[in-house]
Design a protein around this ligand. Structure first.
Ligand SMILES: [Zn+2]
Ligand SMILES: [Zn+2]
Length: 84
């Protein structure tokens, strides 16, 4: 009896952050090559967009999000998002 099942097929996948190819068992959900790369993507606290963190404590995807919008009378109403 052959023991192929002990060795899962390997695939190559590019790291989502640095683009480096990593060898993973088929079916793996890993998308980052290292913990550093996994921590490099963050969700912008303002617009919710995922962005590549340049410095360790960055919470904003862009300068626009970093700088609070000037009050201009527009008030965002998120009530439509509430599940009834
Ligand atoms: Zn990487
Ligand atoms: Zn943003």
């Amino acid at each position: 009896m052959e023991s192929h099942s002990l060795k899962p097929a390997m695939i190559l996948r590019a790291c989502r952050t640095c683009g480096k190819y990593m060898e993973l068992p088929e079916g793996s959900s890993q998308v980052y090559c290292s913990p550093e790369c996994a921590a490099a993507y963050r969700q912008c606290v303002v617009c919710g967009k995922w962005f590549l963190v340049q410095s360790g404590s960055d919470e904003y995807c862009s300068e626009e999000c970093r700088t609070p919008a000037k009050p201009n009378g527009i008030i965002f109403d998120y009530s439509d998002e509430v599940l009834k």
